[in-house]
Design a protein around this ligand. Structure first.
Ligand SMILES: Nc1ncnc2c1ncn2[C@@H]1O[C@H](COP(=O)(O)OP(=O)(O)O)[C@@H](O)[C@H]1O
Ligand SMILES: [Mg+2]
Length: 285
């Protein structure tokens, strides 16, 4: 066991941090996390960044469905040692790569030592070969999602203007801040009628976070409610590719630009690091 902990520490030490690990999450399901993850990843890729998108939704991960991709293997096979990372990675448009994760990550909290090592090695490789590692997580304040969020360099919370989504968004913001206060959560308001409606939603969340948690939230922007999003899903083709001029696509481009230039702070980024925090948050070393 001491050996194992030592190995993990070595692996974590080896990580030369230059990849931004971004967890995308929400309080409530169905607010558009997967849609945002896919299209934001493509928008960042279109800017020339090397992006890898990981399906970290342990329930209904549907990145592949949204993108018209098909996988036979996922992270579970890498963790059990029957496949190499390169054998499970899917190639998407614009150089984006997708890691089918879902069932592979569902046991993350109770992996054997050997399996943990395999998972961490895989995450290490993914960080090494990308500038952005985007994690599409599950909704809610479950242990796995919260661990991914508090380990990531940056967290983006997605909400809609619906009151129940806002209340649940606050719950996840609070949970994350209570476990990690040296980060600043970012916010996207999806399915908004217009920017004014979204701004009002953002103000509400920013105000309660300030008032009750004394924490800031960075508002990244809104995505318009847009029929093209559903149309692209019906076609199993990402919005960003199929409808480059749709209102929602334009909103996503604006958000991608902000995110691209809004680098994480020294504290969020360099000093600690995703792998180190992940190992700690699951109590592995
Ligand atoms: N901006 C939008 N406009 C219209 N519909 C949207 C928008 N964003 C997401 N949706 C729809 O919401 C549903 C849920 O989206 P999804 O990305 O799967 O959410 P989540 O991953 O949070 O569960 C999908 O049917 C999608 O078409
Ligand atoms: Mg989803």
């Amino acid at each position: 066991m001491a050996d194992q902990a030592e190995k993990l520490r070595e692996l974590v030490k080896k990580t030369k941090k230059q990849c931004r690990v971004i967890a995308i999450t929400s309080g409530k399901g169905g607010v558009g996390k997967t849609s945002v993850s896919v299209n934001l990843s493509l928008a960042l890729s279109a800017r020339g960044a090397k992006v890898i998108l990981v399906d970290a939704d342990l329930g209904l991960g549907n990145i592949e469905v949204l993108m018209g991709l098909h996988s036979f293997y996922n992270l579970a096979h890498v963790i059990e040692g029957s496949k190499k990372l390169d054998e499970i990675i899917l190639k998407a448009p614009l150089g984006l790569e997708v890691v089918p994760g879902s069932s592979g990550l569902s046991r993350i909290a109770d992996l054997t030592d050997k399996e943990r090592e395999k998972l961490l090695n895989a995450l290490f490789d993914l960080c090494e070969r990308s500038e952005f590692l985007v994690l599409d997580t599950m909704a809610g304040i479950g242990k796995n999602t919260v661990s991914f969020c508090t380990s990531a360099d940056e967290v983006i919370v997605v909400t809609t203007p619906e009151p129940s989504a806002i209340v649940d968004a606050y719950a996840i913001v609070k949970t994350i801040y209570l476990q990690r206060d040296d980060t600043t959560i970012k916010l996207i308001v999806n399915m908004a009628v217009n920017s004014a409606q979204a701004q009002a939603v953002a103000n509400k969340l920013l105000n309660v976070a300030q008032q009750y948690l004394s924490k800031n939230i960075i508002y990244l922007g809104h995505i318009q409610r847009d029929i093209h999003v559903n149309q692209s899903i019906m076609q199993s083709q990402p919005l960003f590719i199929t409808f480059p001029n749709a209102p929602a696509t334009k909103c996503i481009e604006t958000i991608a630009q902000r995110l691209y230039f809004q680098k994480p702070t020294e504290v969020e980024f360099k000093k600690t690091g995703f792998m180190k925090r992940l190992v700690k948050s699951f109590g592995w070393a």
